[in-house]
Design a protein around this ligand. Structure first.
Ligand SMILES: [Fe+2]
Length: 158
């Protein structure tokens, strides 16, 4: 396989995974946009359990995706091909751990809510949306960097 083919395959897989995340993010977004039941209702507990499940699923998938991006050479390829964007590339790499940490905080927030104890986080839904926004922007930035490399290749006939 040539270097160009390797890069193409690598980019395609990352892009495919990004597409899958779009659906997952939209599903969670839709869930938290619904009003949440009162904490004292039985549905309140069910709501928290369902949110936890969605977040655990997201976290699980993100761990695999981030690992693949970090170990599969995505960032190295981007850094070599777009040296002017090295600072941004490093920031994106650093964001992986931060985003995972934020998702875990949301998971524990959802579990806490399911305890039905007073003092539950009244802003849990907004916090979920904020993390989803950050994740979406993160993936878009990665996609744009891959596109920059590809456009450059088209220009040079590579
Ligand atoms: Fe990504």
């Amino acid at each position: 396989m040539t270097a160009t083919e390797t890069k193409k395959t690598r980019f395609e897989q990352v892009r495919r995974e990004h597409e899958e995340f779009k659906g997952m993010i939209a599903g969670i977004r839709e869930f938290v946009e619904q009003p949440r039941p009162d904490i004292k209702d039985a549905e309140g507990h069910l709501w928290a359990v369902n949110l936890s499940k969605l977040l655990v699923g997201l976290h699980d998938k993100l761990v695999g995706h981030f690992h693949h991006e970090e170990q599969g050479g995505l960032f190295e390829t981007l850094a070599i091909r777009e040296p002017g964007s090295i600072r941004q590339i490093e920031l994106l790499r650093g964001e992986h751990g931060e985003i995972l940490g934020q998702v875990r905080e949301l998971m524990s927030g959802a579990l806490k809510y399911s305890e039905g104890t007073p003092g539950d986080d009244p802003h849990l839904r907004q916090r979920v949306t904020a993390v989803l926004d950050r994740l979406g922007a993160h993936e878009i930035a990665e996609t744009e960097l891959m596109q920059m490399v590809e456009y450059r290749d088209l220009g040079t006939g590579d």
